[in-house]
Design a protein around this ligand. Structure first.
Ligand code: 13P
Ligand code: ZN
Length: 275
């Protein structure tokens, strides 16, 4: 099968374009990765090169060693992915130790996978274990409203989760485990990857202060939908705070507890504090 005909490749390309259309990917901002299923690799195996040079990942991910990933290229623009996928995205294989990667397809005019590869792969490693193998997508976007909130809300998991849950009734159902927050850190390296993947042990969403967001999910729809829901909630909060600093009414802790019963979700009590 030709790579561009594979369903997961078409889903990956569509998601890049959807993110671009939302305005989350100025210039080369943001990156996307997908942990490819063995049966999907089997179908495209003939189109993959196996003689690429091994390069260090920059961190160690033994629990996903030997697996294949589709990832966006470093410095590549999301808006160009749909026009020329082969030049802007790639498939990489990890070595048996989970220390090195090699390019098997794509980045046809040269280049390397996203500079956030350590964060993507460490998040994949953590979410694979936490989800029993069902999570396959890690998505980083420069979501305007969430970034704006990192200048005015305390950088605490409890505060971001509670404030964003309050802005739309669907939120606690879409991200019941909550949102983690990483203080400002230098992007692109192992330290921010460790901090983010630590939060991903309990959350599907991590905010990077003054930078953006990481989301994890089972497929492209769920992961894009998660990013979209959190960012829309942030937009409502920004609008609300622009009208007046306080709320006349809101969803109360008891309302959340009632919702949890009917929607069969567990909402940790640490987010339902009295204000
Ligand atoms: P890349 O172009 O290397 O993917 O970097 C973009 C980005 O958003 C860094 O955080
Ligand atoms: Zn970024």
């Amino acid at each position: 099968m030709k790579i561009l005909e594979a369903k997961f490749v078409q889903g990956f390309i569509r998601m890049c374009n959807d993110g671009w259309e939302q305005g989350w990917h100025e210039r080369n901002g943001g990156n996307l990765s997908y942990r490819i299923k063995p049966e999907e690799i089997e179908k495209i195996k003939d189109s993959l090169a196996a003689d690429g040079e091994w390069k260090p990942i920059g961190t160690s991910v033994p629990a996903i060693a030997g697996e294949y990933f589709m990832v966006t290229g470093s410095g590549k623009y999301f808006r160009n992915v749909i026009l020329d996928p082969e030049e802007n995205i790639c498939i990489i294989e990890l070595d048996k130790e989970g220390e090195n990667y090699r390019i098997c397809w794509g980045l046809s005019n040269g280049g390397r996978p996203t500079s956030e590869l350590p964060s993507h792969l460490m998040n994949h490693e953590v979410k694979k274990a936490a989800s029993g193998g069902t999570h396959r997508v890690i998505y980083h976007a420069h979501t305007t409203n969430v970034i704006a909130l990192t200048f005015v809300l305390p950088l605490k998991d409890e505060v971001f989760t509670r404030e964003l849950w309050e802005m739309a009734t669907e939120c606690p159902v879409v991200f019941p485990s909550g949102i983690g927050v990483v203080d400002w850190m230098v992007p692109g390296g192992r330290d921010i990857a460790i901090a983010t993947s630590e939060l991903m042990k309990q959350y599907d969403v991590a905010v990077w202060a003054h930078h953006g967001m990481f989301c994890s999910g089972e497929d492209f729809d769920l992961t894009f939908g998660l990013m979209h829901t959190v960012e829309k909630s942030a937009e409502i909060l920004v609008k609300m705070l622009s009208m007046r600093p306080d709320k006349l009414q809101t969803i109360t802790p008891q309302n959340f507890r009632d919702l949890a019963v009917d929607f069969h979700v567990e909402l940790p009590e640490k987010f339902l504090y009295e204000k």
